[in-house]
Every structure is written in C-alpha cells, then in structure tokens.
Design a protein around this ligand. Structure first.
Ligand code: SF4
Ligand code: SF4
Length: 206
C-alpha cells in the first residue's frame, strides 16, 4: 500500500515537471524591455504630438475645439493672431500656448477626432515616467514635432485654400515609431506592418 502511494507521488512529480519542461520550449511572452520594445495594437492611444505641414508651419490654428471636447479637461489652448511677417500657422490664429496634462488625460482620442486640421494626434509612445507631477504637463516644446517632420501641403498653398486632407486622419497623420522616430510619417504603413507582425519597412514619403 505504502509503495503504491510512493509511486503515485513520483508520478505526480513527473507530471508537474513535464509542464515545466513543456514551457521551456515555448515562445517566451516576456520581452527584454526597455532594450526591446513591443509594437502596440493598431488603435493604441499613447502620448500626443502636435503636427506641422510639410513647409514647417504648425497645423494648430488655436481654435480650442480639442480643449472643449476633452472629457478630462486636460488641454489648455490660448490662441493668438498670426503676425504677417511671422506666420506660425496657415490660418489667422495659432496656438500661442498649448498644454496637455498627461496625468489627467484618459487617452480617449476625442481631441484627435475633434481637431479640424489633424494637428493633435495620439502616437504609440507610452513612456512618460517622471518624479514630479508638474513634468507631466506637456507644453509645445514637447508636443510639437520638429520643423522637418511636417507632412502634407499647407492649405494656403492649395488652390482655393481648401484643406483637401481633412477627414483623412487615419491615412495621413504622422506618428512616432519607437525605432524610426519622426521618419515614420505614414501611419497606415506602420499599422499594416504591426498587424502582420513583420519588421518595419520604410514608409513612402508624402
Ligand atoms: S485623449 Fe481624451 S482625455 Fe486625453 S487630452 Fe485628448 S480628449 Fe482629453
Ligand atoms: S489642436 Fe486642433 S482642435 Fe486643438 S486648438 Fe489646435 S487646431 Fe484646434
């Protein structure tokens, strides 16, 4: 009787070890973050960025629609008139001050949806750790993309000034890819690649 019990215990140990050994040959779900970074789901909403047009002008016209629609009251926009000799945006106004409190933000994407010029977009970037609460208020110095990262012709360069790319956020908006930084200006290409789980290929320039 006792030997049968011992045999049963050995069997249980072997069954347990077989599960352990089975996992040794499976693909690991963990990655070596931060040296290896994961591609997020295509609709992931991360940190914001403010876009420019191809000529370097700011897309934001200081209309405050994003601020009005934000359910978390996280956006502060203070618009100002463009000076004729120093035009910041193609419109009459630009955002003299633009701030997002990323701690208040719930990353819903409503600001992106409301923006008439596709200026504010949510990127796949998610790293925002810091020690002080105040450093989570992102101003234009952290939100605005570099001048050479603009995409698409500005409305004042189009016949009739019609912003032809309105409503095409998903196709044209720039985003920041963890590997390629501001080079990644065609979100569609990135999302397609993410879905397939392939290595990122260079996106066509607009
Ligand atoms: S993502 Fe949502 S909560 Fe965050 S700033 Fe935009 S509208 Fe506000
Ligand atoms: S980001 Fe867009 S919605 Fe917000 S103030 Fe600028 S133009 Fe208006």
């Amino acid at each position: 009787m006792a030997s049968r019990k011992r045999l049963y215990n050995v069997g249980a140990i072997l069954r347990g070890l077989s599960i352990t050994f089975g996992f040794m040959f499976r693909r690991r779900p963990t990655i070596q973050y931060p040296s290896v970074k994961k591609q997020h789901a295509p609709r992931f909403h991360g940190l914001h960025e403010l876009r420019r047009y191809g000529d370097g002008k700011e897309r934001c016209i200081g209309c405050e629609l994003c601020s009005s629609v934000c359910p978390a009251n996280a956006i502060t926009v203070i618009g100002a008139e463009n000076a004729p000799d120093d035009r910041r945006s193609p419109g009459e106004r630009y955002a003299a001050r633009y701030e997002i409190d990323e701690l208040r933000c719930i990353f819903c994407g409503m600001c992106e949806e409301a923006c008439p010029t596709d200026a504010i977009v949510l990127t796949p970037r998610f790293e925002m750790a810091d020690y002080r609460r105040g450093s989570f208020v992102y101003a234009k110095d952290r939100l605005l993309v570099p001048p050479d990262a603009g995409a698409g012709p500005a409305p004042d360069e189009r016949p009739g000034g019609i912003p032809g790319d309105l409503g095409r956020v998903a196709e044209i908006k720039a985003t920041t890819d963890v590997e390629r930084g501001y080079d990644a200006t065609w979100r569609g290409e990135i999302l397609k690649t993410q879905r397939k789980g392939l290595t990122l290929v260079r996106a066509p320039k607009e």
